[in-house]
Ligand binder design. Structure first.
Ligand SMILES: *[C@@H]1O[C@H](CO)[C@@H](O)[C@H](O)[C@H]1NC(C)=O
Ligand SMILES: *[C@@H]1O[C@H](CO)[C@@H](O)[C@H](O)[C@H]1NC(C)=O
Ligand SMILES: *[C@@H]1O[C@H](CO)[C@@H](O)[C@H](O)[C@H]1NC(C)=O
Ligand SMILES: *[C@@H]1O[C@H](CO)[C@@H](O)[C@H](O)[C@H]1NC(C)=O
Ligand SMILES: *[C@@H]1O[C@H](CO)[C@@H](O)[C@H](O)[C@H]1NC(C)=O
Ligand SMILES: *[C@@H]1O[C@H](CO)[C@@H](O)[C@H](O)[C@H]1NC(C)=O
Ligand SMILES: *[C@@H]1O[C@H](CO)[C@@H](O)[C@H](O)[C@H]1NC(C)=O
Ligand SMILES: *[C@@H]1O[C@H](CO)[C@@H](O)[C@H](O)[C@H]1NC(C)=O
Ligand SMILES: *[C@@H]1O[C@H](CO)[C@@H](O)[C@H](O)[C@H]1NC(C)=O
Ligand SMILES: *[C@@H]1O[C@H](CO)[C@@H](O)[C@H](O)[C@H]1NC(C)=O
Ligand SMILES: *[C@@H]1O[C@H](CO)[C@@H](O)[C@H](O)[C@H]1NC(C)=O
Ligand SMILES: *[C@@H]1O[C@H](CO)[C@@H](O)[C@H](O)[C@H]1NC(C)=O
Length: 846
């Protein structure tokens, strides 16, 4: 007992960077007491070091040693199995049987499945194939690391064969490193300086994390692909990545640029029906397989957002996909063909019936059944683009003779970019568990992508992860729960998001009840909280879709050809997607679903504005009006985000200091940015609709002092665009880049007491300005604006909703008549921008 407690304390003192994710194998407090129940030996039925079976054996020995402080030896055999009763046997079913092991009583396994039989210190981990064995080993270790040593015996099979990660990594762009599009955890772990990195240690560590959650392939480069992926030096580099993936059973795939033969200057066409083009792709595919015999296949983004594709030559999308499929067939490779096909240039908001959401079903119309068997259509969960809430893509119901996979976005592009806590599985489940009612029969999306509903042999899950070189992988420790849960759900989509989360918490932090309860409740509330202070009722996220996809900018949705319109005007809001009067999108669903969305009375509140154009005063099923719901939700969401830092603070000394501090930093930032969001959206719709907030909160901030109304010296007012991201639409900036600006005010109408002083300012990515806050010339706080460097969200070079932020100095003693002064020192061309201060009585947030 005493030893266990000591170990616990020792563990807390060790700084943890997050690099090991959920595979920390941390010493259990009860380690010693469990020694007698543990194996002493691992018998591995394959001694080839590149075999996932070999990896499985090493992981089990390492895990038992690390979790319990008990030495576990490893031996290799391909023949006789000694009848030792404290041994973990690790191998494929086939290896086990041919070594004389008895397999009657073990259920038939599917590809990648495993049998796990824990009987005290005797354990069988037997895979249907080599990587199945590794998955079984990680499952065993997950149980042990959570302190679970109970007797169990079961088979586990994946729900779907395709469980892939997509990385949107570029060969170049992140300084000497490759940049990662929509990546918030640093530059690429695969590429640097236009080629594959020489040091692939992180790539191997990534494969280990992914194998532990059943991921079997990674597409390593951006869907906006570069033709140089198919040059000899890059293909040689890809071989090296595949080599470090292989011991983890992870296969390598790449994204293709459709026009490669022409872009590389080798042909003057890329017409998919041209004989020379066909031969060219066969040749390149042969060259890849010569280097990588277990190459997984290609991911293709064609005729989307300006990319070339088969439509460039008036060929069908099927003809385009089949070009690659046929080249891959001799090797068993797969084409993941993205359904994200739409024309981003020619949508016109002045046509009531124009609708980007219609595009996928229209483009794939008539093609079902025309794709080769090794083509999988990769469909984003919703018809637009990873918004905070979307209805399920109707395309899933239209692909009945074609395999499909669902594309989920682990990286939080439109969902706070890892700077806001958003646990995504509850959102994903709204789609996976959605019943399409094809032919009026149960047709859950998870049954469609697994192949069960329409009897397909391929299909599954693609998760856009976009990890980077940061030790935390995704930039935020808590965001790793999304990567973990993606793998778990791809293996078994029937799992409950909260129980997956709790496995992750126990493995990533520990099993302390406060740790478990706090992180569970915050994470489970996080998506509804974020939805509340961003875009409600299916209106989309309302972030700036023309720039960083991060902070608020509701006006950016409309009056452009991107087709993410809200059609908000002075009286009404929402997209009319009905058949009877609108874009007809509702009619793309099977009849039972279509009729639900066609009618306002049966459309769920949370998708009302996706399907219907209604007055702001329209009543929801909840009884509230649309506009009042906007106001209430924004206040409720931002208020809940304010509770996150103090809830997290209860974990101090219950987890290691490094991760404690790094998470606290982000949650504190989120609390401030949620207020920016709340006010930007509420002000925008109040200004447009003129409908006042029944609770009198919107544009009524009694504790605020606008910077532009303070006594300014060296600071000058600046009109912010969009106006709604600054309080009163105006900030102040220094008059030159060498002038220190000051803004001061006498607090003459305040009651003496203790206050929290909040300062709203803008942290642009073009410098590191320095701000100081003085009370009667006494410095009470100062900071440097460099969160653009540490937070990792898409940087903004402007004074806008991405750079808007807040810092709070709690518990300041203020006397009536005190003088509050802020001094801003610009840095380069960043002019120390300041918006307002709030002098908040204890317990008040505004
Ligand atoms: C051992 O693993 C290697 C590499 O994966 C594989 O080629 C070989 O067939 C395996 N041996 C047995 C006996 O299964
Ligand atoms: C194996 O089991 C027998 C009987 O159950 C026991 O006496 C023996 O100590 C065990 N051996 C090991 C190595 O645990
Ligand atoms: C599970 O393991 C125990 C202990 O080795 C063994 O007695 C039992 O037969 C195994 N179960 C099956 C179905 O193989
Ligand atoms: C990048 O590549 C170029 C040419 O391939 C080479 O000259 C240069 O030294 C490389 N730079 C770094 C930082 O590796
Ligand atoms: C390779 O990278 C790893 C982890 O990033 C690092 O620990 C190691 O020192 C590097 N190796 C070399 C030879 O630079
Ligand atoms: C395949 O491509 C290689 C390299 O570009 C070239 O040398 C070879 O001639 C090509 N083979 C055929 C059959 O086109
Ligand atoms: C594709 O079809 C359109 C309309 O029929 C025609 O104008 C265009 O020239 C065709 N393009 C090609 C590359 O054949
Ligand atoms: C499912 O497809 C397989 C061929 O892939 C076929 O043999 C089988 O009969 C089909 N089952 C049903 C129920 O349609
Ligand atoms: C029907 O569509 C027209 C635009 O064509 C629109 O102005 C009108 O508001 C819609 N009617 C209803 C009841 O939604
Ligand atoms: C979201 O807003 C709604 C409407 O005000 C409220 O009922 C709900 O409790 C809020 N939830 C969270 C987590 O903020
Ligand atoms: C990595 O992420 C941590 C945690 O958010 C952050 O503090 C640090 O600045 C990042 N480091 C790099 C090199 O990006
Ligand atoms: C300061 O501003 C001037 C004029 O805008 C500009 O030319 C100069 O580069 C700036 N200095 C720095 C250090 O950025």
């Amino acid at each position: 007992m005493l030893l266990g407690i000591l170990f616990g304390l020792v563990n807390l003192a060790v700084a943890e960077t997050g690099l090991n994710g959920w595979l920390r194998y941390a010493r259990l407090p009860s380690a010693e007491t469990l020694h007698s129940e543990l194996p002493v030996h691992v018998l591995v039925l394959n001694s080839t070091e590149t075999s996932p079976v070999y990896t499985a054996g090493s992981e089990v020995a390492q895990g038992i040693g690390s979790i319990f402080g008990k030495k576990c030896s490893v031996g290799y055999s391909s023949g006789y199995i000694p009848p030792d009763n404290a041994t973990v046997i690790v191998g494929t079913i086939k290896q086990y049987a041919s070594s004389g092991g008895l397999i009657n009583g073990i259920p038939e396994l599917e590809a990648d499945g495993f049998w796990l039989n824990i009987s005290g210190s005797e354990v069988q981990i037997l895979g249907q194939n080599e990587r199945g064995t590794l998955y079984g080993a990680f499952e065993y270790l997950s149980l042990l690391a959570q302190g679970n040593t109970s007797q169990i015996a079961y088979a586990s099979n994946p729900d779907a064969p395709i469980r892939w990660i997509n990385q949107w990594d570029n060969l170049q762009g992140g300084g000497t490193h490759g940049s990662v599009e929509r990546g918030y955890g640093g530059p690429s772990i695969f590429f640097e300086n236009g080629t594959v990195k020489s040091n692939l240690t992180r790539a191997a560590q990534y494969a280990r994390l992914l194998a532990s959650i059943g991921i079997n392939a990674v597409v390593v480069n951006n869907v906006n692909a570069n033709e140089s992926m198919l040059t000899a030096p890059i293909m040689d580099g890809l071989k090296r990545i595949a080599d470090v993936f292989r011991p983890y059973g992870v296969q390598l795939g790449i994204s293709l640029y459709f026009a490669s033969p022409q872009a590389l200057g080798e042909l003057d066409t890329f017409d998919p029906l041209d004989g020379a083009v066909i031969e060219w792709w066969h040749n390149r595919t042969d060259q890849i397989y010569k280097r990588i015999p277990d190459f997984a296949g290609y991911l293709v983004k064609a005729n989307s957002e300006g990319q070339p594709g088969p439509l460039t030559y008036n060929r069908t999308l099927a003809e385009g996909a089949n070009l690659f499929a046929r080249a891959l067939q001799p090797y068993g490779g797969v084409v993941m063909f993205r359904a994200f096909v739409y024309d981003s240039q020619n949508l016109n908001e002045s046509y009531w019936k124009d609708d980007r959401a219609n595009a996928a079903v229209q483009f794939f119309n008539g093609l079902d059944g025309q794709f080769e068997d090794n083509v999988v259509i990769q469909v984003k969960y919703g018809p637009i683009d990873f918004q905070v809430r979307e209805p399920t893509s109707p395309l899933f119901a239209h692909l009945q003779q074609t395999s499909s996979a669902i594309e989920l976005e682990i990286t939080q592009e439109y969902l706070g970019q890892q700077c806001h806590l958003v646990y995504l599985p509850p959102l994903w489940k709204t789609v996976l568990d959605f019943d399409m009612r094809v032919d009026s029969q149960p047709s859950l999306v998870r049954g469609i992508v697994s192949g069960q509903r329409f009897n397909r042999t391929l299909g599954g899950y693609a998760g856009v992860a976009n990890v980077g070189t940061n030790q935390t992988w995704l930039g935020s420790h808590l965001a790793m729960s999304n990567l973990y849960a993606f793998g778990r759900l791809a293996w078994n989509p029937r799992l409950d998001p909260a129980s997956i989360l709790q496995d992750w918490i126990r493995l990533t932090f520990n099993s302390d009840p406060t740790v478990l309860d706090t992180i569970t409740s915050m994470s489970m509330e996080s998506w509804p909280t974020y939805e509340n202070y961003t875009g409600n009722l299916g209106i989309q996220t309302l972030t700036d879709i023309l720039y960083a996809h991060y902070g608020p900018n509701p006006a950016s949705q409309d009056n452009n050809p991107w087709g993410q319109w809200t059609r908000a005007d002075a009286n009404s809001i929402g997209m009319d997607r009905t058949v009877w009067n609108g874009t007809g999108f509702a009619g793309q669903y099977p009849p039972q679903v279509a009729v639900m969305y066609e009618n306002i009375s049966t459309t769920p509140d949370d998708l009302l504005l996706w399907f219907h154009h209604v007055p702001y005063t329209q009543h929801l099923q909840s009884g509230q009006t649309v506009i009042q719901h906007f106001y209430d939700a924004h206040y409720a969401g931002a208020a809940n985000a304010q509770t996150f830092p103090s809830r997290w603070a209860t974990l101090k000394s219950k987890i290691d200091d490094q991760r404690y501090e790094e998470v606290l930093f982000r949650l504190t930032y989120q609390a401030g940015h949620s207020i920016v969001w709340r006010d930007a959206i509420n002000n925008f719709y109040f200004n447009l609709s003129n409908v006042p907030d029944q609770a009198g909160r919107v544009e009524n901030h009694p504790y605020r002092i606008e910077a532009e109304s303070m006594d300014l010296s060296g600071y000058t007012p600046y009109t912010v665009s969009p106006w709604n991201v600054a309080s009163g639409g105006v900030a102040v900036v220094t008059t030159s880049n060498t002038t220190v600006g000051t803004a001061s005010t006498t607090l003459s109408s305040i009651t003496s007491g203790t206050y929290d002083v909040a300062v709203n300012y803008f942290d642009m990515a073009i410098g590191r300005s320095h701000w100081q806050v003085y009370l009667n010339d006494q410095l009470i706080g100062q900071w440097i604006g460099d969160s653009d460097l540490t937070l990792g969200h898409s940087p903004s070079n402007y004074i806008d909703g991405h750079s808007a932020t807040r810092i709070t100095f709690p518990g300041i003693q203020i006397q009536k008549g005190d003088v509050l002064k802020i001094a801003g020192t610009p840095d380069g061309i960043e002019p120390a921008p300041l918006d307002y201060i709030s002098i908040l009585p204890e317990g008040v947030v505004d």
